[in-house]
Design a protein around this ligand. Structure first.
Ligand code: SF4
Length: 370
């Protein structure tokens, strides 16, 4: 079977579900690396690994979705519930600009008290006060919530945000794109079915947005669900071409309602397999992100040899994973060093994956990776 898959890849043919399942379940892990790297260099021929200098802000933790995998949300009555004013958020962005950020990735809970005007002001004010910063705001479930609260269709909500200056949205809220999985992990099922996530991204792409696609695996999904997820991303990309990158990461269970229902968290072996599979399966997505953040710095470095060509963002402030007991931090210099140590040339990029600076000089002495 592996030989047949190799031949398909050499001929530039697309893998099917059966091939995907084989690679996920049965292929030798070390066979996957050279296959994925060959395809990676077809998409991104240079030995360059990109990263973005960004921060991750959360404007509210109030949410009425109660997802069982989430340690971040609070109800309006909780003592530590918060919703920042637009001015407060602008203050945080201002502080982050002192560290040289070019992107703010901002997401929040599905807060039923926030009007659409709050979100458009967040975008407009970011553009006005910090023109050097690209707002990468609001995942599909938040946009669905804006639609529900405002009574406007998704396309109009996206139109208003676009008018305010939003040009890209993150891929959060997909988890695993299989309704069977979504039924199990979102207790009240308010985050929408697979079709809702794809609808938001389809409409966004039609309006000229670029978006990322993500996948959070390692909870209640089966291997077949992972393949289904990749199928949804690949077929929407065939239709619109609007995805810039695919970003998988593993579920962190501490402090979540799923803690006792999920066994051991997925480890590096699974991550490397998923990264390689993603590169091989998603033949129409230009970039695969191998993160230093979610799986640890050493695993992130190894993933650059399993098909990843991007190292994600510096994520100066991150709260969602931290609530699940997961803490990891870096600096711009460390990101460059980690990329060099892995054997690649670091290059800073924009949110839209345009390279704005390459750092070709020789590798400095090694840093201790956590
Ligand atoms: S994952 Fe998002 S939508 Fe689900 S409970 Fe957490 S904050 Fe709310």
């Amino acid at each position: 079977m592996l030989e047949a898959i190799r031949e398909k890849l050499a001929a530039g043919e697309r893998l099917d579900r059966e091939d995907g399942l084989f690679l996920l379940q049965k292929a030798n892990l070390l066979d996957l690396a050279p296959m994925a790297q060959e395809v990676r260099y077809r998409h991104n021929p240079e030995r360059v690994v990109t990263f973005v200098v960004d921060t991750n802000l959360n404007y509210t933790n109030v949410c009425d979705a109660y997802c069982t995998f989430c340690a971040f949300y609070r109800t309006e009555r909780d003592n530590d519930a918060y919703t920042y004013s637009v001015d407060e958020v602008m203050g945080m962005i201002g502080t982050a600009t002192e560290k040289g950020i070019t992107t703010v990735l901002m997401q929040g809970g599905l807060n039923p008290s926030l009007p659409l005007d709050y979100y458009t002001r967040l975008v407009r004010e970011t553009r006005r006060r910090y023109p050097q910063v690209h707002p990468h705001f609001f995942s599909a479930p938040e946009i669905m919530k804006m639609s529900q609260v405002s009574g406007l269709p998704i396309s109009e909500v996206l139109g208003e945000l676009r008018e305010a200056g939003l040009e890209s949205i993150p891929g959060g809220g997909s988890e695993v794109l299989s309704n069977r999985v979504k039924h199990k992990i979102s207790r009240l099922f308010p985050k929408g079915r697979v079709d809702d996530w794809t609808l938001v991204h389809r409409e966004a792409h039609k309006l000229g947005y670029r978006t990322t696609a993500t996948m959070m695996y390692g909870h209640l999904e089966e291997d077949e669900d992972v393949i289904e997820h990749l199928e949804h991303v690949r077929s929407l990309q065939d239709e619109t071409g609007g995805f810039t990158a695919f970003i998988p990461w593993s579920f962190k269970k501490t402090n979540t309602a799923l803690d006792k229902r999920v066994g051991a968290e997925a480890g590096p072996n699974r991550y490397l397999r998923v990264i390689a599979l993603s590169r091989l399966y998603l033949d129409n997505v230009p970039h695969i992100q191998a993160s230093w953040f979610s799986e640890g710095k050493k695993t992130g470095q190894v993933a650059l040899h399993f098909g990843g060509d991007d190292f994600g963002g510096t994520l100066f402030d991150e709260n969602v994973m931290q609530e699940a007991g997961f803490y990891n931090r870096t600096t711009i210099e460390e990101v460059k060093t980690l990329i060099r140590e892995a054997g690649f040339i670091p290059a800073q990029r924009t949110t839209m994956y345009e390279v704005v600076g390459r750092f070709d000089e020789a590798a400095p002495k090694a840093v201790e990776a956590a």
